[in-house]
Design a protein around this ligand. Structure first.
Ligand code: DX5
Ligand code: ZN
Length: 219
């Protein structure tokens, strides 16, 4: 069973951003997850290109931008220019989803479709073949530290069955902790976004080790 761990910087200490990034890379993270919020699609605002540009030279890890913004098309190239490697856009915020995904891929990045807990998986159907990954939200987007929505496990299972393209990965984001990571991986998730479940721990290396062990533990 293989999966990737993607720390969400939203839960880090932003006053020590560089140190936090180096620490999670050293601790064995596979991808860095960047939560971009616009105060419009979601009721919160985070950070944008100037910060990502500063992050880029600090790490070799792929930068995964989760765009919780409207009008994503307008900004895809700018996110590429500051060094993003993966970009996911929300199905609820992208009226021309195939075009947006193609735009991301044409620029040489991996393209993902993010979907809220309350949105039918049927909304993905017409665009799945253009996506490198699907981000199943296991909380309503906007804030870190929320409780995992249990129905998300069924949604991961259902999507796994639907995926005909075996290369399409499933990413899951929100409320993932040592206590539920095993169920998430068993359901079929490949990329696990973890914010407070990692950054609240005093020792990131020990915590990633614990998370991996919990995910692989024999029941
Ligand atoms: C929520 C974000 C998540 C979130 C994850 O809108 O997309 O990435 O910050 O944080 P935790 O793991 O604390 O739920
Ligand atoms: Zn996210």
């Amino acid at each position: 069973m293989s999966f990737q761990i993607a720390p969400s910087l939203l839960a880090c200490d932003f006053s020590r951003l560089g140190e936090e990034i180096r620490a999670v890379e050293k601790a064995g993270a596979d991808v860095l997850h960047l939560d971009i919020m616009d105060g419009h699609f979601v009721p919160n605002i985070t950070f944008g290109m100037p910060i990502i540009e500063k992050i880029r030279p600090l790490t070799k890890l792929p930068l995964d931008a989760h765009l919780m913004i409207t009008d994503a098309d307008k900004y895809i190239e700018a996110f590429k220019d500051v060094g993003c490697d993966w970009i996911s856009v929300h199905v609820e915020a992208c009226p021309h989803l195939n075009r947006t995904l193609n735009q991301i891929r044409k620029l040489g990045m991996k393209a993902g479709i993010a979907i809220n807990p309350g949105t039918s998986l049927a909304m993905l159907e017409g665009a799945l073949s253009e996506a490198d990954y699907v981000l199943i939200m296991s909380v309503n987007p906007g804030f870190g530290g929320q409780g995992f929505i249990d129905q998300s496990l069924d949604r991961v299972r259902q999507l796994k069955r639907q995926l005909t393209e075996k290369t399409t990965k499933i990413q899951i984001d929100g409320g993932i902790k040592e206590s539920n990571i095993r169920r998430v991986v068993d359901a079929g998730a490949d990329i696990l976004v973890i914010g407070t479940g990692l950054f609240a721990a005093p020792d990131y290396q020990a915590q990633i080790k614990k998370l991996r062990a919990a995910a692989l533990a024999v029941a």
